[in-house]
Design a protein around this ligand. Sequence first.
Ligand code: FMN
Length: 353
Amino acid sequence: MKDRYPQHPPIYDIEKTYTFNAQNGPFFSGTIPKRPESKRRIDFLGFSLKSPLGVPAGPLLNSRWVKLACQLGFDLPVYKTIRSFAHPAHALPNMIFVEPDSPKTAHTRMGMPPDAAHLTVTNSFGMPSQSPDFLLKDIAKAHEYLEDGQALIVSIVGTPNQGVSFAEDFVRAALLAKEAGAKLIEANFSCPNVGKSEGCLYISPETVKQFASALVKAIHPIPLIIKVGLFPNETLLEEVLITAAKAGVRAVCGLNSVSMEVVNGEGKSALGPTRPTSGVCGSAIRPQALEWMRKASAINKKNHLNLTLMGCGGIVEPHHFDEFLEAGAKIAMTATGMMWDPYLAMKWHERHK
Ligand SMILES: Cc1cc2nc3c(=O)[nH]c(=O)nc-3n(C[C@H](O)[C@H](O)[C@H](O)COP(=O)(O)O)c2cc1C
């Protein structure tokens, strides 16, 4: 398993639409290596996993993508975020290579980054979703691809103005996942908080309490995981983690991609005038994601919250998984990294026989 980056194209074709990728991908022409034997077992919310490695919500567009991730040794794949109804993706471009200039701004990179250390991209999809009919069948199928020591999480999100409250639509999406056979559900709380004038759901302890309590009750006994992004300060992070644990949340996954203003060479919005900002993911956000993990882990211990922490953000080389595990993560996951190097998990398994 030689380094795939930058010689091999990614398993997701960033020049093509989301629909094209969903219908035709993943684009993987390599061999599936034999996984080294290991007696290791990780308990994750009652599921016995062969390793602490996973793929967070996003790159696994449907059951075929989940199948490939399972075959390549990612033991905790996440089925991409679903809504309670079919929803289209943003038009192209969705993913472009960028270089951050400051914590809040980035510019388009000319050509492909020379190495994985500079692999940083936008992730501007608008959370597309297939129809409930498709999802009921396809999520069930995704479960069939799980091998011994693997488990699947289904990520869900609510949408405002669907004839019910925002929280109720979250519950609707979660119940769809449950009906499709989900055994683990992750609620994406890093989406805009329409009840407030700004910010995301996860930075409002009040909203976390309300939405998480409703979800925990609706999906019982399925464990609820919440997905969060960057926090403006540690006090708020502590308040949110305490609130989440009290509401019955069992695990927290961070970070989601970091919102930045992205401009092209002419200083104009790189994703078009309607999308001045985008989530940025990949290598550049690893320092922030690791810092989040260290802080969240200390808070978790200090307050005896018993939350299971899952880390992602910038894992593009095998040893990066270990950095997250050492920082307090029970599970370490890669989205961008695995799209460009789907052998990342197998390389880690080789080193941890
Ligand atoms: C192509 C792509 C699509 C994504 N879609 C979602 C999504 O639907 N829901 C979600 O919670 N996170 C989504 N994410 C964010 C990832 O789960 C992850 O939090 C973020 O990319 C940071 O990890 P990374 O640096 O390994 O990419 C997506 C990321 C990528 C790259």
